[in-house]
Write a protein that binds this ligand. Sequence first.
Ligand code: NAD
Ligand code: ZN
Length: 245
Amino acid sequence: MFENETARLQKIVDASRRIVFFGGAGVSTASGIPDFRSENGLYGEVYRGLTPEMILSKSFFYLHPAEFFDFYRQYMVHPEARPNAAHRRLYQWEKRDRLRGIVTQNIDGLHKMAGNKRVYEIHGTVYENSCMDCGAQYPLDKVLRASGIPRCERCGGVIKPGVVLYGEAPDKYTCMGACREISNADTLIVAGTSLSVEPAASFLDYFNGKNLVVVNREPIAADSRASLAIRGDVAEVMGKLREDE
Ligand code: NAD
Ligand code: ZN
């Protein structure tokens, strides 16, 4: 069954020239980064009685920055993680001009690390951090190495990670770019996401191409609209596809 579905995906890929890949935390679990809502996801792992959704919120960040950074460094940043077979396949597709872009909800930067250029990180990235007072930019290391709240070397302001917190609006231009790519795609592959976070979930409405493909371990609402829904591991499925000629 699985082989058969991978063969169907291969056929779709072979016939597509403007693929857009729309992914979430499940794309990076094979790189050792836990997702949120799976059985082993972070949602089961409460921190001082709070859920990640509460801690990763704008209000928690402003009210309890020390606790925020404690959780953030422990659970949200994985500098040792490396791209897996899914990231590598997408890099190959971009090089061969088969992939138009990647829209990701992940903040781990792994698509860019794999070499992809047209990446829309709609929830930002842990690799870009800036002072809330003077705007000075800082690398991830600065946040990781600080004990407690990371502070700006120039003005002493708090350094805020470049990730979109719950209660914050994602960057307008990144979202516009992502929706434009999706609306121009001939094939949209939705993978490793529960698609339960807005506005990401409604990006799907911009797709009017031929093939909507879902690759996810568990069923998601978008399955009903998909021309092919594969219940499986993203890295495994993408790894099984043929090297592009
Ligand atoms: P989610 O946890 O809500 O959903 C992940 C989905 O991926 C689940 O449906 C799960 O069944 C599926 N999945 C997990 N591993 C898989 C695999 N190997 N193959 C196929 N499917 C797999 O994640 P989400 O929809 O991305 O939303 C969570 C939010 O949390 C996002 O906004 C994201 O920014 C953030 N987050 C990011 C990371 C990261 O950057 N790697 C990790 C955790 C959470
Ligand atoms: Zn500053």
